[in-house]
Design a protein around this ligand. Structure first.
Ligand SMILES: *Cc1c(COP(=O)(O)O)cnc(C)c1O
Length: 385
């Protein structure tokens, strides 16, 4: 890799392992015919193992937002009420999508940095028996909070709500057992924990989701109508299983990345993220930084930390980029200037990324006039083996 290029320690997109990048460079294959059917079929089968589902799984060109919009718009008739817990930027984004489709969001607001608790969802759901669906973000990437999805999912199950989950930045990084938790629509993308360049979204759909999709009447376009995708998957299965041209090089890279993940072991990969985040958090804490999220709800995939008084967020972000060649993210909205976010997905799960980041922070904090013992930021390495 080019050394002058910054290392990505942002929540996404992520730095991709070299063998996965190399898989992009194969000659472009057509999105039909026997070789393609085999490749995309294997991608679906491998992805189902990561989703822990037997549900049908679609691979669509585009982003995660596109897949969420396609699923909500295909399954729900305009005017339907949808419960939406919001504890950050991506929860707000869900509300925006829901409104744009003519659906009626029923918000459950939680302060950013705090988790969405199942009891809060249950209380609002009880007051809104007209609701047909519950749409929720699993890992709120804007704050690093991992919402307790298992409990939220049981509220949806008890009330027979269609459960739509934005697992865009969590799936592959932490367990998301789709069938066990009865997630009707689960959406992720290639370029977060699946460690592949951006270009495709993956979504699983339960039989309940397909029933609603089949019953929906109002016009809903063609491309983003999941009936279109289902029709091609069924009727052109042995030749051309998607309605449009597919980014076949991206799917080839995803095939490679999923093979790597399953070979390495999903649990081994999860442990690598836990370890990287733990090293970073212990080092930051040793330098006097507080974390935004309470430990019990902090995801191992993104760490959001608050500034110490002497340290300016934008200054630290700039210094990391210029001096250490590391790109991290700032806060969004009201958190801007108050926190920085460091991602652990992709190559950022490696030790050299964490160490370079911590030493860069340490040097900058010292430049801000704080006397820190040399190497104090690396003490997490001793405790995490
Ligand atoms: C990155 C992200 C998105 C946006 O995904 P796109 O692929 O850019 O549409 C949505 N939700 C969450 C939680 C994310 O982390």
């Amino acid at each position: 890799m080019d050394d002058s290029r910054p290392k990505l320690m942002i929540p996404g997109p992520v730095d991709i392992p070299e063998d996965v990048r190399a898989a992009l460079a194969v000659p472009t294959m057509p999105h039909y015919g026997r070789d393609w059917i085999r490749m995309v079929g294997e991608v679906q089968e491998m992805a189902k193992r990561v989703f822990e589902t037997q549900n049908e799984l679609l691979v669509m060109p585009g982003t995660g937002t596109m897949a969420l919009e396609a699923a909500l718009g295909s399954a729900l008739e305009p005017g339907s009420a949808v419960l939406v817990p919001v504890n950050g930027f991506f929860g707000e984004r869900l509300v925006t999508i829901i409104e744009s489709l003519g659906l009626l969001p029923v918000r459950i607001d939680v302060p950013p940095g705090e988790p969405i608790l199942p009891e809060a969802v249950a209380a609002v759901a009880a007051g809104h028996p007209e609701s047909l669906a519950l749409a929720v973000v699993h890992h709120e990437t804007s704050t690093g909070v991992l919402n307790p999805l298992e409990g939220i999912a049981s509220v949806a199950r008890e009330r027979n709500l269609l459960l739509v989950v934005d697992a865009i930045s969590s799936l592959g990084g932490v367990p998301v057992p789709v069938d066990t938790w009865a997630i009707d629509v689960c959406v992720t993308v290639a370029n977060k924990a699946l460690e592949t360049p951006p270009g495709v979204a993956l979504l699983s759909l339960s039989s309940k989701a397909w029933q609603l999709i089949a019953a929906r009447r109002a016009p809903r376009g063609w491309y983003l109508d999941l009936r279109t995708w289902q029709w091609y998957a069924e009727n052109w299965a042995d030749w051309h299983p998607s309605p449009v041209t597919m980014p076949t090089n991206i799917v080839n890279a995803l095939h490679f990345s999923l093979l790597n993940l399953l070979e390495e072991g999903i649990e081994v990969r999860h442990a690598a993220y836990r370890k990287a985040s733990s090293i970073v958090r212990q080092g930051l804490a040793a330098m006097g930084f507080a974390m935004l999220a309470e430990e019990a709800y902090a995801s191992p995939l993104t760490t959001a930390f608050k500034m110490r008084e002497e340290v300016d967020a934008a200054g630290l972000q700039q210094a990391l980029l210029q001096t250490s060649g590391i790109m991290v993210s700032g806060g969004i909205g009201a958190l801007k200037g108050h926190i920085l976010r460091v991602g652990h997905l992709g190559l950022a799960r490696r030790h050299d990324y964490s160490v370079a980041f911590l030493l860069g922070v340490e040097a900058y904090v010292r430049r801000c006039g704080v006397a820190l013992p040399v190497g104090i930021s690396l003490q997490g390495l001793e405790h995490v083996s």
